[in-house]
Design a binder for this molecule. Structure first.
Ligand SMILES: Nc1ncnc2c1ncn2[C@@H]1O[C@H](COP(=O)(O)OP(=O)(O)OP(=O)(O)O)[C@@H](O)[C@H]1O
Length: 608
């Protein structure tokens, strides 16, 4: 539920960002005010013109001078308008870009738990549409609202000065306009918030459909997806219509009432002129001024709408910016000069932030030690918490109880930068970025120079058996990821594995990174991985017996706990649940007794 703030509270949050451009904004405001004053000055020339030059027998020179003055005032008005644009547009765009950059940086910093809760479309619409609305308000809405207010005040004062009875009649229209304006503010703010949220939800739907287009097509669900999209689009359309109706009603009131007042003051004005209480020139100037004021009053509707929309945009922007990053650097970080890579889990508990209260912890007291350079396979039935445990090591999620240490140092005592230089990850669902193969692989690497980078790249691609990249159109410089060449699941996994290896971490965390490879390629990768894993401590989630075979020891997980640790042979011999899990990893029936006999025989031979 968004927190309720007043219009002023919301708008004033922009002040720190406006501070650097405040001078230009103020100058822009003066330029806009200058344009308005020119517009208000023109009727006064009309007054002189009508009163002094229109009488029979007057010299025509007054007409020429007055026309020249009107022309000059017109040119000045246009110049002031152009000056306002020049002063304000560029700096407002700079503020928009700065806000967008800090928004993006904040999104990058926020914990994964935050991203689990927010639809991508909502974040996208905040990063693009809302910031755009805020810029338009800064560059135009805010200035014009102030200038319109001042113009109306000055215009009405001039009208009072020229004829107070006529001005009073005109002003009578302001009372209902203000009452209606109050109602308009409440309704429009509510609908505007609804429409911006719905637009964000719609963007999320588009993003998900594009992402999942293969699944939609494969299951023949395109029709349903379209129907659901149509429903959402229709809801947004209804809200937009409601918004437009609300603005149209307000605009009708602010247009009609001043016009009616103008009509009433026209009749009264003519009567006053007939009685000689006001000059003809004064009457002309009064109505020309009233024309300028009326136009400004009519413009108040769209300006207020723009302001309330900007308030909503600001509120939505700060809902994200105010979200605190829960995974941060410590005040006094510790460093490991020469990490060995001993990883210990001490009574680790974890619960997802969005989990219902009575639910048990996903990880419920994990105790496990990985010796330096050891490869430990993590095995367990689906949903027992393997991936969750892995995510805690690079602090993608934070433990909710207990501690994880590398060489005795709590992960939370490292800066995130240092931690992620010690720990590298590869997941089953590989994410590659719209970048070249080279940039994707070297993402976590810190090569000293170009030659070093090339060597690291070559070695990592070689270990991950990703030689196919050399046959891509531009080799390692080929653009891959969303905007580039599509790779197969197995190819993507190999590039992601190369990325994890290229970082040369002390601790490697692999979540079933070979699942999409064919058996032969998997064998080759494993052969090379064994070399790398010798001095890297590795925790690897295994969904295939061949991955288990990579490991020095296996940790068996059940219901968020480590229930047994030992070699594959030891666990096969003593743990029936382990046998059950291993048997369920393969589709074909396996004879585990024979496998155990063979393994024990191999072990005896090795010892002899
Ligand atoms: N982001 C999340 N928010 C809330 N609950 C989650 C989240 N991710 C996973 N869970 C829940 O946590 C539990 C453990 O999930 P996890 O992915 O760690 O299991 P796993 O053992 O790796 O499963 P698998 O072998 O199928 O990959 C599951 O019950 C899952 O529903």
């Amino acid at each position: 539920m968004p927190t309720q703030t007043t219009l002023w509270e919301s708008l004033s949050r922009l002040y720190p960002h406006l501070k650097p451009i405040l001078l230009r904004l103020i100058l822009g405001l003066f330029a806009a005010l200058g344009a308005s004053l020119m517009a208000l000055a023109i009727p006064q020339v009309f007054r002189v013109l009508v009163n002094d030059a229109l009488a029979v027998g007057q010299a025509t020179s007054t007409v020429w001078i007055a026309s020249g003055v009107v022309l000059l005032l017109g040119i000045l008005e246009a110049t002031f308008v152009a000056l306002r644009r020049f002063l304000v547009i560029a700096p407002a765009t700079t503020v928009e870009t700065t806000l967008r950059t800090s928004f993006y940086r904040h999104l990058q910093n926020l914990a994964v738990a935050f991203h689990d809760r927010w639809g991508s479309g909502q974040l996208l619409s905040r990063a693009m549409t809302d910031l755009n609305l805020m810029r338009r308000w800064m560059a135009f809405g805010a200035i014009m609202l102030v200038v319109d207010g001042l113009t109306i005040t000055i215009g009405v004062s001039i009208m009072f000065f020229m004829s107070w009875p006529l001005a009073l009649i005109f002003l009578a229209a302001a009372v209902p306009v203000m009452i209606y304006g109050f109602r308009f503010r409440t309704t429009y703010s509510r609908v505007s918030r609804k429409s911006q949220d719905q637009a964000g939800d719609l963007a999320t739907t588009v993003e998900e459909s594009v992402h999942g287009i293969r699944v939609l097509k494969a299951f023949g669900r395109s029709r349903e997806a379209l129907d659901s999209f149509n429903d959402q689009a229709e809801e947004l359309r209804q809200t937009e219509i409601h918004k437009a109706h609300s603005l149209a009603r307000f605009s009708l009131v602010v247009t009609l009432l001043p016009e009616l007042a103008l009509g009433a003051s026209l009749v009264t004005g003519i009567l006053l002129a007939v009685n000689g209480d006001v000059t003809i020139g004064g009457l002309v100037a009064f109505f020309a001024t009233a024309g300028v004021v009326t136009a400004r009053v009519e413009f108040i509707g769209p300006l207020l709408a723009m302001t309330f929309t900007a308030k909503t945009a600001i509120d939505r922007h700060y809902e994200v910016m105010d979200s605190e990053n829960t995974i941060t650097d410590p005040a006094e970080p510790r460093t490991l000069r020469q990490p060995h890579g001993v990883v210990t889990f001490e009574d680790v508990h974890f619960r997802y932030p969005d989990a219902e209260e009575p639910a048990a912890d996903v990880l419920n007291g994990i105790d496990l030690t990985l010796q330096a350079g050891e490869t430990m396979a993590l095995v367990g039935v689906t949903g027992c918490g393997k991936s969750t445990l892995l995510n805690l090591v690079p602090r993608i999620y934070e433990v909710t109880g207990g501690a994880i240490r590398i060489d005795g140092v709590d992960l939370r005592d490292f800066t995130l930068e240092e931690l992620r230089s010690h720990v590298s990850v590869a997941f089953e669902d590989t994410i590659l970025f719209s970048n070249s193969v080279r940039d994707n692989v070297l993402m976590g690497a810190e090569p000293e120079n170009d030659d070093d980078a090339n060597a690291v790249l070559k070695e990592a691609l070689d270990i991950a058996q990703a030689h196919f990249v050399y046959s891509l159109p531009e080799g390692v410089d080929t653009l891959i990821g969303e905007e580039g060449l599509s790779l197969s699941g197995g190819q993507r996994q190999r590039v992601a594995l190369a990325r994890a290896i290229a970082a040369k971490p002390r601790v490697l965390v692999l979540d079933d990174p070979l699942s999409a490879l064919d058996v032969r390629t998997e064998e080759l990768v494993e052969e090379r991985l064994r070399e790398v894993l010798q001095d890297t401590t590795t925790l690897i989630v295994a969904h295939r017996p061949s991955t288990v075979a990579l490991a020095d020891r296996v940790a068996l997980m059940e219901n968020g706990r480590i229930v047994d640790v030992g070699t594959h042979t030891e666990l096969l011999a003593r743990n029936t649940h382990y046998r059950y899990v291993i048997a369920s990893l393969t589709e074909e029936p396996v004879d585990l007794d024979t496998e155990l006999e063979e393994l024990e025989h191999d072990d005896e031979e090795a010892r002899a």
